[in-house]
Design a protein around this ligand. Sequence first.
Ligand code: S0N
Length: 273
Amino acid sequence: MTKREWRPIKEYEDILFDFYNGIARITINRPRYRNAFTPTTTSEMSDALRLCREMEEVSVVVLTGAGDKAFCSGGDQNVKGKGGYIGKDGVPRLNVLDVQKQIRSIPKPVIAMVNGYAIGGGHVLHVVCDLTIASDNAIFGQTGPRVGSFDAGFGSSYLARIVGQKKAREIWFLCRQYNAQEALEMGLVNRVVPFDRLEDEVVEWAETMMQHSPLALRMIKAGLNAELDGQAGIQELAGDATMLYYLTEEAQEGKAAFLEKRKPDFKKFPKLP
Ligand code: S0N
């Protein structure tokens, strides 16, 4: 594996958040619990994703887990209470759902770098990422119906879009585990590599995307989401269209005319067929 200088972006309790050459990396750092997440973990991930969206220098986001055993084993069962996962404030939350939505809506590619178990809510996290690169020791699966939980949102419907309805039902109803090769064969991951090559492969994929038009990638992501995400997906795509419109002279004429207290002259702009 190539040695890279990842520069810390911000300090957190449960995650590491660092940067290398246009890539922001969010690492769930609870290897003692197979990188299970608590409300603290997910609120920190949420904050890091917000920064990834804001930071001009971030082109691609990578999500991974610390160590060589797990990407993420889902919600931490030690803090699971009635109504959700109990945080330090004693309030039950299901705030991993906010993280899922952020991964989906951030206008930059997100790669899941799966370095071991991706189980339960941890499996859903890789499912909602745009791309998944897995090491050959990775294991995938849902456990919900076995341990008293389920994700009937993206974790089911988007999973079914990826692997098909029959396979998605098998994954959820039987709670089996699938190795990396099986995941590749069902289209659940994009590439499987030896563990030692995982970071190199992910960085190569990120660097390839960084050579391409970021706006084109953004519009493709929004378009692929829009088909599945209903009004929320259309809102994202429409927001991007508005952003592009604001960059045109035609939109600026409207604003300028208002501020100059004159009638706008929209006739001069082309109406392309
Ligand atoms: C990951 C597994 C398969 C790894 O097995 P392995 O390698 O044999 O290790 P273990 O000895 O089992 O584990 C090592 C230590 O880590 C602890 N640990 C592992 N996973 C968790 C966990 N999820 N929570 C707390 N602790 C965990 C072990 O207990 C062990 O500790 P010690 O050494 O003290 O014994 C295996 O560990 C495994 O099967 N883990 C549990 C997987 C699981 O069932 N996860 C929870 C699934 N449910 C969810 O994720 C909730 C769904 C959800 O997130 C959600 C859905 C919709 C809406 C909202 C939510 C939401 O929760 O927010």
